[in-house]
Design a protein around this ligand. Structure first.
Ligand SMILES: Cc1cc2nc3c(=O)[nH]c(=O)nc-3n(C[C@H](O)[C@H](O)[C@H](O)COP(=O)(O)OP(=O)(O)OC[C@H]3O[C@@H](n4cnc5c(N)ncnc54)[C@H](O)[C@@H]3O)c2cc1C
Length: 590
């Protein structure tokens, strides 16, 4: 089968991240977890041990005392100052501890990995917006179900309890006018919306904070400094310091001028240095769930950090999380781009042979799309009809969702209209990926269109041809749509068990479709760091806490199981901030 369209895949998105981010911002379509800016990915080389022949697992020689230019004393050392670190530093300071922080970036020139979408339940903020309260235990059990019960239950239970108040705490640095500009994604839901999708639940409660995250994170660091702490900017963490018993008692960083600074911490060191998705050596070593799906010469690509946090913890004796949670990389669904036009809804999915292969609404995009990983290599497509609003209103309020209550359907409708006008060229027009398109003869800026090239036709066969199907695959394509329509009308998906509230026949012309070539190995970040307990204390070889060592955010594992799949979108930032708060508070209390 040949392809005659160019969808915006994760890979092309990563190659042209600027264009993708701009298009995304312009459409406002994809919410929950959308790109803003990549963090610097050049600190791996600066880390002793990284990239050496012995590999990242070999601890470097300890930096000698006589090489240290400066020593600082504190109660709590916090390494890394993003969501996790800034929260831990603030909480520790609020609990009365003196805090010294190290961050490799310059104070006035920060970038953040994520877009700050903070998914949560039961905050005063959500209450003030009329979002219904959620049963905490139901939420907790749902989390454990999604992780296959691989998350640390005590840790996640505590997280569920403190999640709502952590959000209120996080935004308390905003003025009332600023708070008024925050939106609750996917809310208000349509009356037809069901919380439970195929026995797995999902709740609205994700709030976009991107506009204010610079201010909020700077404010949290400022709290630590105002309470007698110090923030060492442009200081790259190199090693932890351990005493004879193995307890972690400090950390050593390298300043921009090459000199070393040592921080001695009497209560503990909290490592918040993010993930290792930008370190190919570590990805290949640790993410075997992904590497076993991609070709031998295939690459694993991520947008996170270079692994310093996991490295220093591992060298100090930490156990690695065996469950390898990534945010992508091991699943595929049609398009699979941060700008998927249909968000996280469940249209009909067909594989390269034109066959339906799974329940498209199983739990959420990440879980449903696991089935795609082992389908034949080639083109996958999503098919829907003109009643796209009904399809999207049933979408789960989870990761990659389309925030239609706040953005409306106009951008998607513009794409669909362009698809109708452009026929075989699709919504993006001739060339398919840049410039402008035509909609009824008028030029349309492609940046306002949803990411994939959408095709439209009045017959299934023509649509299949536009999407690139031919021969037997085209016959299967038509038969699969007809079969899907029969199942929708019967009200029972006898083929794959998709629940009837997510089954919409492809009956109202024009019919639409978009496609993408299966790609694996591309993730946003990974969240499988080192094992921790419910306080955030890092576990050693014997599964007992290592004295003095804590991890928060993506340096920590024990949170997501085998894949990032959570009951509310934006749970990665939410975990970093909520756990940062309770871990900082705990360490200060020691
Ligand atoms: C494009 C994109 C969009 C996303 N959007 C969302 C979203 O909206 N909501 C959500 O929940 N999740 C989102 N995520 C995931 C989320 O951004 C991360 O999971 C989150 O940033 C983790 O926070 P963290 O504080 O643990 O680590 P990070 O945010 O990665 O921060 C680590 C910090 O440590 C510093 N650092 C690293 N190494 C060193 C070193 N050696 N020395 C000193 N400092 C160092 C870094 O500079 C950084 O400040 C997104 C991810 C991507 C890639």
């Amino acid at each position: 089968m040949t392809m005659n369209q160019q969808g915006l895949t994760r890979r092309t998105f990563f190659k042209g991240a600027g264009l993708g981010a701009a298009a995304l911002a312009a459409t406002g379509l994809v919410a929950g977890c959308a790109p803003q800016a990549a963090a610097p990915a050049d600190s791996a080389e600066a880390l002793a041990g990284t990239g050496s022949a012995a590999g990242w697992r070999t601890a470097p020689e300890p930096i000698a005392d006589d090489a240290i230019a400066e020593v600082l004393e504190c109660d709590v050392a916090v390494l890394g100052l993003s969501y996790a670190g800034a929260s831990a530093a603030r909480a520790a300071a609020e609990a009365g501890a003196t805090v010294v922080c190290m961050e490799q970036q310059a104070e006035g020139a920060r970038t953040f990995v994520g877009q700050g979408n903070f998914g949560h339940i039961n905050s005063e903020f959500l209450k003030s917006r009329g979002v219904p309260a959620v049963d905490e235990l139901e939420f907790f059990n749902n989390w454990q179900l999604r992780s296959g019960n691989r998350s640390n239950a005590a840790l996640v239970r505590r997280y569920c309890r403190e999640l709502g108040s952590a959000f209120d705490w996080y935004i308390d640095g905003l003025t009332e006018d600023e708070k008024a500009t925050l939106t609750v994604q996917f809310f208000p839901t349509d009356p037809s919306y069901t919380v439970e999708k195929n026995r797995i639940q999902t709740w609205p409660g994700c709030v976009g904070t991107a506009e204010y995250q610079d201010k909020l994170i700077a404010g949290m660091v400022q709290t630590a400094v105002a309470n007698g702490g110090t923030a060492l900017w442009e200081t790259t963490v190199q090693q932890l310091v351990q005493d004879e018993s193995g307890a972690v008692v400090g950390a050593i960083g390298q300043r921009a001028d090459g000199s070393y600074v040592k921080v001695s911490a009497s209560k503990g060191v909290i490592v918040c240095l993010g993930d290792f998705s930008a370190n190919a050596e570590m990805c290949n070593d640790l993410l075997t769930q992904v590497t076993s799906l991609i070709p031998e010469d295939g690459a694993i690509v991520g947008m996170g950090q270079t692994g310093a946090g996991v490295q220093v913890c591992y060298w100090a004796g930490a156990r690695l999380d065996p469950y390898q949670a990534t945010m992508g990389g091991d699943y595929y669904y049609p398009c699979d781009a941060p700008t998927d036009p249909l968000g996280s809804s469940s249209p009909l999915w067909l594989n390269a042979d034109g066959k339906r292969y799974c329940n498209e609404g199983f739990g959420c995009v990440e879980l449903a799309a696991m089935q795609g990983a082992t389908q034949p290599q080639g083109t996958f497509c999503a098919i829907f009809d003109d009643d796209v609003e009904t399809l999207l209103k049933a979408q789960g309020a989870w990761h990659m969702g389309m925030d239609w209550p706040n953005t409306g359907f106009e951008a998607l409708r513009a794409s669909m209209a362009a698809a109708v006008a452009n026929g075989a060229a699709g919504s993006l027009g001739e060339g398919g990926d840049a410039g402008s398109s035509t909609e009824g003869g008028e030029a349309v800026d492609k940046a306002t269109l949803a990411g994939a090239n959408i095709f439209a036709a009045d017959s299934y066969e023509t649509l299949g041809t536009y999407l690139g199907y031919e021969g037997e695959a085209l016959e299967n394509f038509v038969a699969s749509i007809e079969r899907y329509n029969e199942l929708c009308e019967a009200g029972v998906d006898d083929d794959f068990g998709k629940e009837s509230s997510l089954m919409f026949p492809i009956k109202t012309p024009p019919f639409y479709g978009y496609a993408g070539e299966k790609e694996l190995g591309i993730m946003l970040v990974n969240g499988a760091g080192v094992l921790i307990d419910e306080h955030g204390q890092v576990l050693g070889e014997d599964y007992r806490p290592i004295s003095g060592l804590f991890a928060v955010g993506n340096t920590a594992g024990s949170r997501f199981g085998a894949q990032y799949s959570t009951p509310v979108a934006g749970s990665s930032v939410a975990f970093a901030i909520t756990q940062g708060r309770f871990t900082g508070d705990y360490v200060a209390s020691l």
